[in-house]
Write a protein that binds this ligand. Structure first.
Ligand code: PLP
Length: 442
């Protein structure tokens, strides 16, 4: 085997020939060649610099190649790497203790997994075992992972290709459906939606419903913070019927929204909190399901019928501790809140300037812009298809060295939480020029 570094073309061709890519036909994918990455920038083998405006999949929260995390990885590799999940290890103990300090309310016990989907899979299992009920409610405008049950939990149309999937999942409209509204203002939307939800619960039979899953702030389906009072109202409604509340913070957790966990914006404590991505800033794979005391107590007496070879992987736990130290210790959560205000300002500027820019949503450094109208103010992009102008916008971003996801009529704005104001404005300057294209074509 040659040790010569590969060129971009060699990497692309070999990956296309011998690997499968997520969510796409291999013949239609055009992979981005990346050789190295540092801070908020990635580099191709030929040295082209690319600004990471999506933290990859909203997961490299502390930025790429952070020296303190890399040093901790080297040190951890010389210690304990893997032992069976029945073992007690120092990284497992230290990480669980740290999470118990950081998580909201009495969420103080953790089951470690390898991914967001596995965290949700185990949350489904825990909710069913704890309540003795089987139905799980979730929202149509949601994504919870690509394993079998998580695809069924997911509401967005990716679910359809996995059907009939697993039984026992019931989808409800979110408070922000795509094309109609539950009311004229947030209070009305919240009140109407909670009434709709209660009626749904009555028709499904509350005694059959184990849990409702929500993304605290909906991620890939639109970056949608919940309307005022909704999460608090949901907490009270679910409590009334003995239904567990599961907040999926796989994407919106770990500082992304400007608070360590997004539930802190709304002052609610879910029964189960799921996480992954930012837990290690994705330097290594690790996820977790955090449960409140009452659930932890239950599983002290009753078997938790679940297990993973890599549960509480010692190396991954050690790396998570280092990534959390950097995230919290270097003020990156506060920086997400601070730079979030700059993002808001930039989005408002672009909306005022570009007729094709319809809306920009952001909370902390969790953002998305919709490019969905023409100069006459008419809506352009259908929610289930991508206008060719968006394809041109995606190509422009790529040519100009801005990495983000362009999907349907929107694109993402989720840089690493270490980004500076100057770097953030550099990204929006590229977006500004890109929107000239959509203005012209629409
Ligand atoms: N939940 C949410 C909210 C997500 O955004 C994702 C992934 O993007 C997942 C779950 C699944 O995580 P993973 O891809 O690590 O399985």
């Amino acid at each position: 085997m040659t040790t010569e570094p590969m060129t971009s073309d060699e990497m692309i061709q070999t990956c296309l020939e011998h690997t499968m890519f997520s969510w796409t036909a291999t013949g239609k994918v055009s992979p981005l060649p990346i050789a190295r990455a540092e801070g908020v920038y990635m580099y191709t083998p030929e040295g082209k610099r690319i600004l990471d405006f999506n933290s990859q999949l909203m997961c490299v929260n502390v930025g790429h190649g952070h020296p303190k995390v890399i040093a901790a990885m080297k040190q951890a590799a010389e210690g304990l790497t893997y032992v069976f999940p029945g073992a007690a290890t120092e990284p497992r103990a230290r990480l669980a203790k740290r999470l118990a300090e950081l998580c909201p309310g009495d969420i103080d016990t953790f089951f470690f997994t390898l991914s967001g989907a596995e965290s949700n899979e185990n949350a489904i299992k825990a909710a069913r075992l704890f309540t003795g009920r089987f139905k799980i409610l979730s929202s149509y405008r949601s994504y919870h992972g690509a394993t079998n049950a998580c695809m069924q939990l997911t509401g967005d149309p990716r679910r359809i290709h996995n059907e009939p999937g697993s039984p026992g999942f019931v989808h409800v409209m979110p408070p922000w459906p795509y094309d109609y509204s539950f009311g004229d203002d947030e209070e009305q939307i919240t009140a109407q939606h909670l009434r709709y939800l209660e009626e749904t619960i009555m028709y499904e039979g509350p005694e059959t419903i184990a849990a409702m899953f929500v993304e605290t702030v909906t991620g890939t389906n639109g970056i949608l913070p919940p309307p005022k009072g909704w999460l608090q109202g949901l907490r009270a409604l679910l409590d009334r019927y003995g239904i567990l509340m599961v907040c999926d913070e796989v994407m919106c957790g770990w500082g992304r929204t400007g608070k360590l966990f997004a539930v802190e914006h709304y002052d609610v404590v879910p029964d189960i909190l799921t996480m992954a991505k930012g837990l290690t800033s994705s330097y290594v794979p690790l996820g977790a399901m955090g449960v409140r005391r009452k659930i932890a107590e239950h599983f002290r007496e009753h078997v938790f019928w679940g297990g993973l070879t890599y549960n509480a992987h010692a190396y991954a736990c050690a790396v998570a501790l280092a990534a959390i130290d950097v995230l919290v210790g270097e003020g990156m959560v506060e920086n997400a809140a601070k730079q979030g205000a700059v993002m808001r300002e930039e989005m408002d500027r672009l909306i005022a300037k570009h007729p094709s820019a319809r809306e920009g949503r952001c909370i902390g450094l969790f953002g998305m812009m919709d490019v969905q109208k023409n100069a006459a103010g008419e809506s352009i992009a259908p929610y289930n298809g991508t206008h060719p102008a968006m394809g041109r916008l995606a190509q422009f971003f790529r040519d100009e060295g801005l990495f983000t996801f362009v999907r349907w009529g929107s694109f993402m704005c989720n840089p690493p939480l270490c980004i500076t104001e100057e770097q953030l404005r550099e990204g929006f300057a590229i977006i500004d020029r890109g929107l000239d294209i959509t203005d012209e074509v629409y």
